[in-house]
Unconditional design. Structure first.
Length: 598
């Protein structure tokens, strides 16, 4: 057997691969063969090409042309209730007119697909479409007849068409269209089938009669339709109906006998030897006779297999359903038995409880008497409790009045203490300003000392005396500042109701307390913006001098994140630096620890 190639379908379509048997001689003719429902091009080709004729020869040996076997799409079959390869959805062959709307989409797409294959093969034959043979079995032949009639160009002839065990979808509608043509009355509205057929056969503008064969070369295509008289799946009357429609359309049907199960093979001489003539009609007449026998047998065998599989599957489903129903019945019986037993036990329990309650009827009068006595005692107790509650409410009112008077007195004392604290705080502000001035002067003197030490010059006695005076003044200022802080802390301890002072303090001790407070707040809840949190900390420093000193120190420690801002004319602006959004609180803490304030 010669090499076979499977060609992939063109991108974007849903059809299967195209199975090709290359010619063993010069490529002069091509046969495009369409499989039936449930098969594929490759499966059909393997069986078809290996089948031997009565002369013990295969078709590729008798006709060494290019054999092409396209594959249909795989879609859902309402008849077999499963996915299977098919060219169209045939709802019922017993009633071919039933649910014809299901066939339209498959016919459109399949005819267009086979048309592209015929055009491609015609181009390979240099445009000689008369050397193309189209054939098929069952659904394949049905799509083949539609492709034969609907090619868009009835002016091109095919070499032949061969079909077996098939029918023509929409046959009666096509027949009506062929006979009436364009003689519809004005305002006529056809059925969905009429619209579909006339739309598909738009290229056939006039009634198609045999007299037009000279004007329409396609009608000269030899057509052979084979059908068995006892076909159990596709009735022979459907095949005869298809033959009648093609004849009325003007096609040239070759004589075919269907007096028994398979098409006649009496003319065997044309099968056992190769035809000497190169006339296409004679060549494909021999091909038709040799092919029909196998097609019908193969179609019937496949249909039987599909029906058997469907019946087996249905039998399995019915058996499974019966088993399921039996199991459900057994479970329901068990549930009913259990419910009955439970009801019986419950009834016995209720009867027992009723019998136990009977002796209690005798003791009901005594219980009623005891309840009445308890009710009188409870009423008396409730009256006593109500009187005690009234006395307690009066005592509470007196206590509240006394408490309010005490609170007013305490508030007066607090206001006096707060005024004294304001004076102390003012003094502390002045002392801190003097301290800061002293520290600046000490820094200047330190730098002078360093420069003098570098130049190895001795400090004049008057400078040493001045430095000693400054140190003594600084110690006095620090003692005074510590005294005021201790006094303020003692006042806060003795007056807990006094409004709390903010954390904005001026001593290094309070600055550390402010830093620890912010650091603990950062640990408890990390802020969304760390730069905003840093500015919040800087703004909490109430001393402008200390705030500026810290900002300038940070600018010197973190030049990559902080730089000094230009001076502003607004005196209330306490921001002397610009901070980058990339600065984190951790890096800010490290730099802050290195400043003099810490």
């Amino acid at each position: 057997m010669d090499k076979k190639d499977a060609l992939a379908p063109s991108p974007g379509d849903a059809f299967g691969s195209v199975y090709v048997h290359k010619p063993t001689a010069r490529h002069t003719h091509t046969s495009v063969v369409l499989h039936g429902r449930g098969s594929t091009g490759e499966e059909f080709a393997e069986e078809f090409l290996e089948a031997a004729t009565t002369g013990n020869m295969t078709l590729p040996l008798m006709f060494p042309g290019w054999w092409v076997f396209p594959s249909s799409k795989t879609s859902w079959s309402d008849l077999f209730k499963e996915q299977m390869p098919s060219w169209l959805e045939a709802y019922s062959l017993a009633h071919s007119n039933a649910r014809q709307d299901l066939q339209m989409d498959g016919i459109k797409k399949s005819v267009a697909y086979i048309g592209t294959i015929l055009e491609r093969e015609s181009e390979m034959l240099h445009g000689r479409s008369e050397n193309l043979v189209l054939g098929g079995i069952s659904q394949g032949a049905a799509i083949g007849m539609w492709t034969l009639m609907y090619r868009g160009n009835p002016n091109r002839q095919l070499g032949a068409f061969v079909g077996a065990s098939s029918w023509l979808p929409f046959a009666s509608t096509i027949e009506d269209f062929v006979v009436r043509g364009q003689t519809r009355k004005p305002g006529w509205k056809g059925t969905e089938s009429d619209v579909f057929v006339e739309g598909m056969m738009a290229a056939w503008k006039l009634p198609l009669v045999p007299s037009l064969q000279g004007c329409r070369p396609l009608l000269s295509t030899p057509v052979f339709l084979g059908h068995g008289t006892d076909d159990a799946y596709v009735d022979i009357e459907l095949g005869q109906q298809a033959k009648q429609v093609l004849v009325q359309a003007g096609f040239n049907l070759l004589e075919s006998e269907a007096s028994h199960s398979y098409p006649s093979l009496s003319s065997q001489s044309s099968m056992e030897t190769r035809p000497a003539s190169t006339n296409p009609e004679g060549l494909y007449h021999s091909l038709s006779n040799s092919w029909a026998s196998y097609l019908v047998a193969q179609h019937n065998s496949r249909e039987v297999t599909l029906l058997k599989g469907a019946v087996d599957g249905h039998t399995k489903q019915v058996n499974a359903l019966i088993n399921s129903l039996q199991n459900d019945l057994a479970r329901n019986q068990q549930l009913v038995t259990a419910a009955f037993d439970e009801s019986k036990a419950r009834s016995e329990q209720i009867t027992f409880e009723v019998n136990e309650l009977k002796p209690l009827r005798c003791s009901l009068p005594l219980l009623k008497q005891e309840v009445d006595q308890d009710k009188e005692e409870a009423t008396k107790t409730f009256s006593e409790l109500a009187k005690k509650l009234t006395d307690l409410q009066q005592d509470l009112v007196r206590i509240q009045e006394s408490t309010l008077q005490s609170i007013e007195a305490i508030r007066g004392q607090n206001r006096s203490i707060i005024s004294n604290l304001s004076l102390v705080e003012a003094e502390m502000v002045q002392l801190r300003a003097e301290k800061l001035l002293m520290e600046q002067r000490i820094s200047v003197l330190d730098r002078k000392l360093d420069s003098m030490d570098a130049s190895r010059q001795e400090i004049p006695p008057e400078t040493v005396s001045f430095i000693n005076k400054i140190f003594l003044r600084s110690e006095k200022l620090m003692k005074l500042l510590d005294y005021h802080e201790a006094e303020a802390a003692e006042m806060c301890a003795t007056q807990p109701d006094r409004p709390k002072r903010t954390l904005h303090s001026y001593s290094s001790r309070d600055f550390r307390r402010l830093y620890r407070s912010f650091n603990q707040e950062y640990k408890n809840s990390k802020p969304i913006s760390e730069v905003g949190f840093i500015w919040k900390f800087i703004d909490s420093i109430d001393n402008p001098g200390l705030s500026r000193h810290i900002q300038e120190s940070l600018a010197a420690s973190l030049p990559e994140y902080i730089y000094t801002r230009k001076e502003t004319r607004r005196p209330s602006n306490q921001h002397h630096i610009n901070i980058s959004a990339k600065l984190s609180w951790d890096e800010f803490k490290k730099a802050l620890a290195k400043t003099a304030a810490m």
